[in-house]
Design a protein around this ligand. Structure first.
Ligand SMILES: [Zn+2]
Ligand SMILES: [Zn+2]
Length: 262
């Protein structure tokens, strides 16, 4: 099943599903239990959110996506996990048993994150918890599928019947998912780190990339016009690229040499 013309915020949300699943697989292969636990908790929260969107669309006969479920603006309040589970229960998306299991697992997740030092929780216990999360994940997957099927049946909402997915589609989907893992966007990085200026991001994280040497022999950072970047608030460094600012250098355009400037 496909989604018709998703808005960018929803695309980001959907991308997160794929990325989380991919990371979860890696965590599973390597036996990273804390990472697995955190990812499962995010994933099931994501499923409940998408179910709330689907259900609301069916009830209101609309294909509009209620943004409050899929995006949190900086500095604005949003529903936390428990509030999302509660809404999913109240709207009869999930039953009592699943609702209670979600809360139980979330309690354990919090115990691991916040009380690893000051409680009895052991790393090895998490394997059982991850297995239980996997069952919940499967249940929520079915619930989501049923809601999507209902949308198609009743010809309402954002779901449309998908044609066969080609190899090209698959490659594109995969690329998109990988972007949620690493997009190379400094704008996204700035949001994550709560940075408010270009200088701050450089200070915080991106120094390395800016020290790549240009073919002219000077570092990339010598080719960035920060005034352009500041004006645009968090555009990528590549948007501020300009001629080399080193006195006497005739380089008119940054081109990576692939080497790092030391
Ligand atoms: Zn250059
Ligand atoms: Zn130069």
């Amino acid at each position: 099943m496909l989604i018709k013309e998703p808005i960018e915020k929803f695309k980001n949300f959907i991308r997160a599903f794929g990325a989380t699943r991919l990371l979860l697989q890696k965590a599973h292969e390597s036996g990273f239990l804390i990472e697995g636990l955190v990812l499962y908790a995010s994933l099931v929260d994501g499923f409940c959110r998408v179910c709330l969107v689907l259900k609301e669309q069916i009830e209101k006969h609309t294909d509009a996506i209620n943004e409050k479920y899929i995006y949190q603006n900086e500095g604005e309040a949003n529903f936390n996990e428990r509030a999302i589970y509660k809404q999913a229960f109240d709207r009869k998306i999930i039953g009592k048993e699943l609702y209670e299991e979600l809360n139980t697992l979330y309690d354990i997740r919090n115990k691991v994150i916040h009380r690893f030092f000051i409680g009895e929780v052991e790393y090895s216990h998490l394997e059982i918890v991850c297995n239980r999360y996997e069952l919940v994940y499967k249940e929520l997957w079915d619930i989501t599928y049923d809601l999507e099927a209902k949308q198609i049946d009743e010809n309402v909402g954002m779901t449309i019947k998908g044609s066969k997915i080609t190899e090209t589609d698959k490659a594109e989907i995969h690329q998109d998912i990988v972007r949620k893992i690493k997009s190379f966007s400094e704008r996204n990085l700035a949001k994550t780190l709560n940075c408010t200026s270009v200088e701050e991001i450089i200070e915080f994280a991106s120094k390395k990339e800016l020290l790549i040497e240009c073919v002219c022999g000077h570092a990339k950072i010598m080719h960035v016009d920060f005034k352009i970047l500041d004006k645009n608030k968090f555009f990528n460094f590549d948007d501020g690229l300009t001629k080399c600012l080193t006195t006497g250098c005739g380089c008119s355009c940054y081109k990576s040499s692939g080497r790092e400037k030391v």
